[in-house]
Ligand binder design. Sequence first.
Ligand SMILES: C[S@@+](CC[C@H](N)C(=O)[O-])C[C@H]1O[C@@H](n2cnc3c(N)ncnc32)[C@H](O)[C@@H]1O
Length: 295
Amino acid sequence: MAQRRFGSTDSTGRKLDVIGAYLTMYQRALNNTSFRTLYIDGFAGTGEIPLSEHKDGLFDEDVQTIISGSASRALDVEPPFSRNFFIDKRKKCVDALKIKFRDNPNAEFMTHIVGDANEQIQKICAAEQWRSQRGVVLLDPFGSQVHWQTIEAVAATEALDLWYLFPAGLSVFRQISSDGTVDATHAPSLTRLLGTEEWKNAFLKPSKQADLFGAPMSHEKIVTPESAAQYMIERLGNVFKGGVMKEMIPLGKHAYPSYYLLFAWGNASPKAKALANRLSKAAVKATDRKHGRIV
Ligand SMILES: C[S@@+](CC[C@H](N)C(=O)[O-])C[C@H]1O[C@@H](n2cnc3c(N)ncnc32)[C@H](O)[C@@H]1O
């Protein structure tokens, strides 16, 4: 099927390399335990991503590379996850996944769902029993599609790790104009994304100019993509009992990254806490080397 190009090789490749590395390490670490493991991909796509190459710092539309998407990377992991949930709101994507993985040896352990990631993930979190199961959730949206309630549901299982491509630049920073005004449709979307109206105090500052009665006339925008991501890290820290990775990985243009890749884990047992912390650091470090960052 025709696919939307949605990233540069650097950013998208880096994100998927970090997640792929984590999934591999996670499965190896849990291999000798009695837990069944679940991989839940809320925005699964088609399993393939066409990217335009960078040439001399510019996109070259003529040079296309296809890289493996998140669903393919999860299925490549050895040992495999006990169960895989692939969710996408577009039937065409889910059909493409079914065709692509038809002959995969783990095909019988896949559940394909056409639907909204929020509804479906909240349903899975409520329906599954988490005493004998552990897993990893990936939320890789284009924009502000993830609702805070979904994050809360994942955290409440105390059994799932979460990788979240948080659209700090795209859906927070860019939705607030420099004079601090927020479009009437964007304010509720920010509240849904962040789970509180408190963002208004964190991202906007009353301007010094006052009206005749002393009330501030307008606001000043003080949020940056980085501070928005930091805000989400704090929010994640309030609900994930295991912990939140301190490092946030900027993806997109350097000055104003569209996204940050964040990681949080729900299991607070000392062993699980240490493991998630160690594996996430190792996954980031392994891909830092490949993507040329100095570590
Ligand atoms: C950035 S792409 C995901 C790419 C995928 N993770 C990969 O690595 O191949 C976002 C996907 O989310 C889907 N999508 C958009 N809104 C959604 C929603 N509310 N629930 C589920 N899927 C949604 C789109 O159809 C698209 O396939």
